[in-house]
Write a protein that binds this ligand. Structure first.
Ligand code: NPW
Ligand code: K
Length: 519
């Protein structure tokens, strides 16, 4: 699992080390890691490091110092390095080290901005050391225009490899907000700890791939601000039946989804739940939809019953409910049932204060806007897309439910503040039906959750929601290898990922060469 910290927390962790006079040592560790990551990326891009052309954009602070020291190391290995100073001053020792290794230097002004931009565009790589954790607001002129040119080149699929030093300049390290212009990166080499701002919102898009360099802050960092689950956690969370299990003990998921207007949502949610692995799906909804479900998934048990009269371990309600009053009623009852419940799509609008963390609301930014407005918050969709960490946490805190806010980086926020961010998804998953499959996966994880009640910590349901987002994103990425993703056809990828993550050798036979027993 990746633990992330706010930029503010990382600066707090650095403070005692700086007070001990170890700032230069930390900077050398950061610069060494940055240079090694840049060297490896340059070798991959052009075959060899020697003769590569590098421009380092260096601001006035320690972020510029890191980048200049890293560029000095690269220059010592045969890279032709030029520094463009984006402020009237630069870290003096780092600048001297850079010059000693033969690096050339010029200061960016309004007058030479076009020449500096041309130098960046002609380079193999640009090291972005304009702003780090000490920055605030978007990039200022004249570096703003240069960043805009580089960003435009990236949009065209041209331009240099951009490597951000600690974080893309212009991104808020605490939140991932981008208050103005930011320089987008292909990769970000971050120091001490992954910053929350690299995992969420516009910052997650701008960061590219993330490489974290340990500079020895471990003991000083405290409690993480956010997490990202990786394979090991998925393997622990995904349900695996054991020999004593039967269909009821494995977990029954009740699905109240679909309507005569939108039957497909119920089919996709049911298919994804079955592919993730449940003991049984009990479907509640119109007979016409039930018939379709039974054709596609004969194992689902269908009825037109009520939530309160149906025995399940967890509910999934909302996808494709449309104007169907009975499905809306079931969604409200599922939220009130006291059981874990995924509440998706139109049903999110029926949520409000007084829920519990086992209710997982799964809005996209538009649905979250409506929900927050219904609770009196003055907020727009743009506000939410610009600062999803803040609004996912706010919605969780206001409703008492867990909130899974879908986006490029999908966030899972617990009402007590725990936050997960998963970014495995492919842009091909931005298509109708994607949310229905995600809700099916999450419903299955809620229904099959075997964590004893006394070990379900405050962020427990956010963790399950993050696992669902991760599995869904990975399945979509696998499917995208063969072309545009159809959510109704994701079941094979979900199944194969579950099989891969949960593979275990079984009871096995003890092998001992001394006794002559062989496998
Ligand atoms: N501390 C350590 O030991 C270690 C720190 N490390 C590294 O240091 C980085 C933090 O360094 P830092 O604190 O010097 O701040 P940094 O981000 O370089 O910039 C601040 C300068 O930028 C300016 N500025 C602000 N906003 C601006 C804007 N929008 N547009 C333009 N300018 C703006 C602001 O000037 P002012 O606003 O005051 O005019 C100020 O002078 C951190 O990210 C990591 O890379 C690592 O080496 C590990 C050891
Ligand atoms: K930077």
């Amino acid at each position: 699992m990746i633990s992330a910290y706010t930029g503010t927390a990382v600066r707090r962790a650095e403070a005692p080390l700086l007070a001990e006079g170890r700032g230069a040592e930390l900077m050398q560790r950061a610069a060494y890691g940055l240079h090694a990551a840049a060297a490896s990326a340059l070798k991959t891009r052009r075959g060899r490091l020697y003769g590569a052309r590098l421009v380092v954009l260096a601001g006035s602070g320690n972020n510029g110092g890191d980048a200049l020291y890293a560029a000095a190391r690269l220059a010592a290995r045969g890279v032709a390095a030029e520094a463009v100073l984006t402020a009237p001053t630069a870290h003096p020792e780092a600048l001297a080290a850079f010059r000693t290794q033969g690096g050339t230097v010029r200061e960016l002004t309004e007058v030479n901005a076009a020449e500096c931009a041309a130098a960046c565009l002609a380079a193999d790589a640009v090291l972005d050391g304009v702003l780090g954790t000490g920055g605030s607001g978007g990039l200022r002129s004249p570096v703003r225009a240069l960043a805009e040119e580089l960003n435009a080149a990236r949009e065209r699929g041209a331009g240099p490899l951009v490597i951000a030093c600690d974080l893309p300049s212009g991104v808020d390290a605490d939140t991932g907000r981008m208050p103005g212009t930011c320089l987008h990166a292909d990769m970000t080499v971050t120091f001490g700890a992954v910053k929350t701002g690299l995992l969420a919102g516009p910052g997650a898009v701008a960061a590219g791939s993330i490489h974290c360099i340990d500079i020895g802050l471990g003991d000083y960092l405290g409690t993480p601000d956010a997490y990202r689950l990786q394979e090991a956690e998925l393997a622990r969370i995904l349900p695996v039946p054991d020999r004593a299990d039967h269909k009821y003990s494995r977990g029954v998921l009740g699905i109240a989804a679909g309507s005569s207007a939108y039957p497909g949502a119920a089919l996709m949610a049911t298919g994804a739940a079955l592919a993730t692995g449940v003991g049984m799906v009990r479907y509640l909804g119109p007979e016409g939809v039930a018939r379709l479900i039974n054709l596609a998934h004969p194992e689902a048990v269908c009825s037109t019953g009520t939530v309160n009269g149906t025995h399940v371990q967890a509910w999934l309600a909302g996808p494709g409910a449309g104007d169907d009053e009975e499905q809306r009623r079931r969604a409200v009852d599922a939220m009130a049932s006291g059981l874990p419940a995924v509440i998706d799509a139109d049903a999110v609008a029926a949520a409000g204060p007084g829920l519990h963390p086992a209710v997982v609301l799964t809005p996209h930014a538009g649905e979250l806007t409506a929900l927050l407005r219904s609770m009196g918050e003055e907020v727009s969709r743009t506000d939410i897309e610009g600062d999803p960490v803040r609004f996912a946490r706010l919605a969780a805190q206001r409703t008492g439910a867990t909130v899974l806010l879908k986006g490029w980086a999908t966030l899972a926020a617990a009402p007590t503040g725990e936050l997960y961010s998963q970014a495995e998804a492919t842009p091909w998953l931005a298509t109708a039906g994607s949310g229905d499959t995600l809700s099916g996966i999450l419903g299955a994880l809620l229904a099959t959750d075997r964590t004893p009640a006394d070990r379900r910590g405050p962020g427990h349901y956010a963790r399950l929601a993050a696992a669902a987002a991760s599995l869904h994103g990975r399945a979509g990425s696998l499917a995208a290898a063969a072309g545009p993703v159809a959510p109704s056809r994701l079941d094979p990828q979900i199944r194969s990922l579950v099989a891969e993550f949960t593979a275990h050798p079984g009871p096995g036979i003890q092998v001992s060469s001394k006794s002559g027993v062989e496998k």
